[in-house]
Design a protein around this ligand. Structure first.
Ligand SMILES: [Zn+2]
Length: 143
């Protein structure tokens, strides 16, 4: 009898993180300005993917997580978001982390650390935030 190894949770996270990074890369207009991505997973279904926009002289930059939160607020009920996983290509910044804490989302997986810049991981991991945080994942750092 053939045996099939179920993919581990870690492998699943890396698969979705790579998908998040791929999506962001495809949105890059100018390679000098890297894009960051976010993905919303609910019960193993990808409901939304966003990428950062670098901004211009007339428009401010928009972070992938902020874009995702703005989109889901209008379209996905809170009880669904409470069961979702948000995948972030990179450690969310302080502002996005604060937005996530204020949202119904309670599970965040991120790929690459923000260092040497200051990221928002400590905000997400604060005990009172009640968010499950997984990351960084070394497997996707050189991806
Ligand atoms: Zn941000």
């Amino acid at each position: 009898m053939a045996t099939f190894r179920r993919s581990s949770r870690r492998e699943q996270h890396c698969r979705y993180l790579k998908r998040t990074i791929d999506f962001a890369r495809r949105q890059e207009v100018n390679r000098a300005v890297p894009c960051f991505g976010a993905l919303l997973l609910v019960r193993n279904q990808v409901l939304m993917q966003t990428a950062s926009t670098p901004g211009s002289e007339t428009a401010p930059p928009i972070h992938a997580e902020a874009q995702l939160l703005s989109n889901v607020r209008r379209t996905i009920p809170n009880h669904v978001l409470a069961k979702a996983i948000v995948y972030c290509s990179d450690e969310p910044c302080v502002l996005c982390a604060s937005e996530i804490v204020r949202s119904p989302i309670r599970h965040v997986v991120y790929g690459r650390p923000a260092a040497p810049f200051v990221g928002g991981e400590s905000i997400l991991r604060a005990k009172q935030a009640h968010i499950r945080v997984e990351g960084p994942f070394i497997e996707v750092q050189q991806y």
